[in-house]
Design a protein around this ligand. Structure first.
Ligand code: MLT
Length: 408
């Protein structure tokens, strides 16, 4: 008899975005002429930068010719991309990251989901609330938590409530934890951690021999110069942090797929009897066993993001999204809503009107304005009373969505 991994039965309902799609599909079925505008899932809308398209075209041509054809690539990623990442994302900011510390993948979702495999099941986990559901759900699946309590939080996990009072920035808990997921700029709240915030976390991790899993998928959206783009800008962080990045939002790769994580050579965790083990080797072992590398076409395209034209073009696209964010914040504030985020992140975290729940306001916007949002409570109980709006729409759609907000 085949038996299941019963940890899956602990998971609450479905993954958030399929549930949103279900509600939108049900509404559309009854209202087939309605034109929906999505400010829901954080998916990009602008086409790939021309420099990226050209690199993909060249890669396809190479694969179509027997003299330049390539089969399996290195599981950790092609050297040309790993070196471009180390040079452009890190050396340019004075951070020393070797190409052999970079692991290319098909995106940050998979990496942030998979990384927990190299840690033992009894690690105590800390996550923000609200949180990107992937961090917590994958740890539930792995048996690193107890069942969900009545408030939706999983037993055994340390939740760090992110509220208006603390600027939506989690502080190190009083209790000792082993693994901490941090996301800055944050999905879903749009808050960005400053240097002092990150310094507190690095100190905490060093004191507790904890590992920080730092998701920097939205670093390209930072507009304020004082906000760090990488946790490695903080001294001592190489010993305690793994960083995740993605080309999805930076360069419109949500459909192309390419991302990476950095596992520094000197970063260690411990065996049950306290012997240190380098995580770079462990992750490499896992990666080479379970992954055959991102496609050559995606990696060639990702490398083009670092070319002078690629940088100029992708920066231009990001500026468009951030102009949407500024317009949305302004419009919503004028309508009397309270908003957060949208300055260093493509997400706006908006308070629902008094007395309305996240799902209640989501449904109202869907039915009255045909605007799709994401209910804040889908990211955790502390997200109740908020909705998340993304700035990834086309400018004209964003404008229309704001007009529709005014009419509800
Ligand atoms: C989101 O809307 O939160 C994103 O699409 C999540 C992701 O990047 O997987």
């Amino acid at each position: 008899m085949a038996t299941i991994n019963e940890n899956y039965l602990k998971l609450k309902a479905g993954y958030l975005f399929p549930e949103i799609s279900r509600r939108v599909a049900a509404y559309s079925k009854k209202n087939s002429s309605a034109r929906m505008i999505s400010l829901g899932i954080g998916d990009v809308t602008q086409p790939l930068a021309p420099a990226v398209v050209e690199a993909m075209r060249r890669a396809v041509e190479e694969l179509s010719d027997v003299r330049t054809f390539r089969g399996y690539g290195p599981e950790q990623g092609y050297g040309f991309l790993r070196e471009a990442i180390a040079g452009n994302d890190y050396a340019s900011r004075g951070i020393e990251i070797g190409a052999d510390e970079v692991f290319v993948s098909d995106g940050a979702k998979c990496d942030t989901a998979n990384i927990q495999e190299i840690f033992s099941a009894d690690n105590v986990l800390a996550v923000a609330d609200p949180v990107y559901p992937v961090y917590i759900d994958t740890n539930v699946m792995a048996g690193r938590t107890g069942p969900a309590a009545a408030d939706g939080r999983y037993v055994g996990v340390v939740y760090m409530s992110c509220t208006e009072e603390n600027g939506f920035l989690p502080r190190p808990p009083a209790k000792r934890v082993d693994l901490v997921y941090l996301c800055s700029p944050n999905n879903p709240t749009g808050a960005a951690a400053g240097r002092d915030d990150l310094r507190r976390w690095v100190d905490y991790a060093r004191q507790n021999k904890a590992v920080i899993l730092f998701d920097a998928a939205y670093e390209a959206f930072i507009t304020q110069p004082e906000i760090p783009h990488s946790i490695y800008e903080i001294e001592g962080s190489r010993d305690v942090a793994i960083e995740f990045r993605s080309f999805s939002k930076t360069a419109g790769f949500t459909g192309v797929r390419c991302g990476f994580c950095v596992v520094p050579r000197n970063l260690k965790a411990y065996t049950g009897d306290g012997a240190p083990v380098e995580l770079n080797g462990l992750w490499s072992r896992r990666h080479t066993t379970k992954f055959n590398g991102a496609s050559y076409i995606s990696q060639a395209a990702a490398a083009a993001v670092y070319s002078p034209e690629g940088k100029r073009q992708t920066t231009g696209i990001i500026a468009k999204y951030m102009a949407n964010a500024a317009f949305m914040r302004r419009s919503l504030e004028e309508l009397g809503y309270t908003t957060h985020g949208g300055v260093n992140a493509p997400y706006i975290w908006m308070k629902t009107p008094a007395g309305q729940t996240s799902w209640g306001f989501f449904d109202r916007l869907l039915q009255k304005a045909q605007v799709i949002t994401t209910p804040g409570c889908g990211f955790g109980p502390a997200g109740e009373g908020y909705i998340r709006l993304t700035a990834f729409g086309a400018a004209e759609d964003v404008k229309e969505a704001m007009e529709r907000f005014a009419g509800i």
